[in-house]
Design a protein around this ligand. Structure first.
Ligand SMILES: [Zn+2]
Length: 272
């Protein structure tokens, strides 16, 4: 089991248990053909819980987070057959772009995020930092794009060409190389947490999703909103009360003024 403790876990509807072809040997890069917003990774993962077309990925990556959907010792349904069998699949949030667009702030940050996690999966599965092109995916170990799966296994009859000809592989490789050269403080495989199974099991191994769904409903924000509404309601009430007080004070003032007028001597007659 390789489920990374520091990553948000959101299980999709569709995936396959186990790796009949042995440990994964290729990291596959995809793009979602969708948006590149800060919540796009979360949105993509949540969508995979609902969609009924049998599609999923191991990871969704956007500019500020990586969401893990499928344990890397299991198969995500990101490609057709062979690539699912041997690959760990990364969906980068965004769509077909020019090289310059891949290097804009959002995409650059997404590539960096992906590199950090890719380095972990490479260590975990002894995958070398090597680019596999087209038919090299049939036997090699390394990194490739969905397009290489399409051309490498023509028998799968794939059509996808992501991440596109202008994807900056060298930039990704530089980022990965840096990550491979630093120690990994934030990660850790969940299986290394001795008590994990005990509290993980009752929910069918999906407690992280459960936690995520609780955060998705944002009880904290809702509670904050309720408190805010209560405050506004109380202020409105106070204002109404103050307004009523003001009206009665005004009436009292009118009454007192009338009494003062009654007690005052009549005005002098006009000078004749
Ligand atoms: Zn793809």
């Amino acid at each position: 089991m390789t489920t990374w403790a520091n990553l948000r876990q959101v299980r999709p509807r569709s995936w396959s248990r186990g790796r009949p072809a042995g440990k994964p040997r290729i990291i596959f890069i995809h793009y979602t053909a969708g948006r590149e917003e800060p919540t796009s990774a979360e949105d993509g993962a949540v969508y995979d819980r609902r969609r009924t077309d049998g599609t999923s990925a191991h990871y969704y990556v956007d500019s500020n987070s990586v969401v893990q959907c499928v344990d890397t010792t299991n198969r995500a349904h990101t490609a057709l057959y062979n690539a699912n069998l041997v690959g760990i699949h990364y969906e980068l949030c965004g769509t077909r772009q020019t090289r310059a667009q891949w290097l804009d702030a959002a995409s650059r940050a997404t590539i960096r995020r992906a590199a950090k996690q890719i380095a972990r999966d490479m260590r975990d599965n002894e995958i070398p930092l090597k680019r596999l092109v087209n038919r090299q995916v049939r036997a090699g170990r390394g990194l490739a794009g969905h397009a290489d799966a399409t051309f490498g296994w023509p028998e799968d009859h794939g059509t996808h060409t992501d991440p596109g000809a202008e994807f900056p592989w060298a930039v990704l490789f530089d980022d990965i190389e840096k990550e491979l050269n630093v120690s990994d403080p934030g990660g850790g495989d969940l299986r290394k947490y001795p008590n994990f199974k005990a509290w993980y099991a009752p929910w069918g191994g999906d407690v992280q999703s459960l936690i995520y769904w609780f955060t998705q409903t944002r009880p904290r924000e809702l509670r904050a909103e309720d408190a805010q509404n209560r405050k506004v309601g109380k202020l409105r009430g106070d204002m109404d009360a103050a307004s009523t007080d003001l009206q009665s004070l005004d009436a009292r003032l009118t009454e007192l003024t009338a009494r003062v007028d009654a007690l005052s001597p009549p005005p002098d007659p006009p000078p004749g």
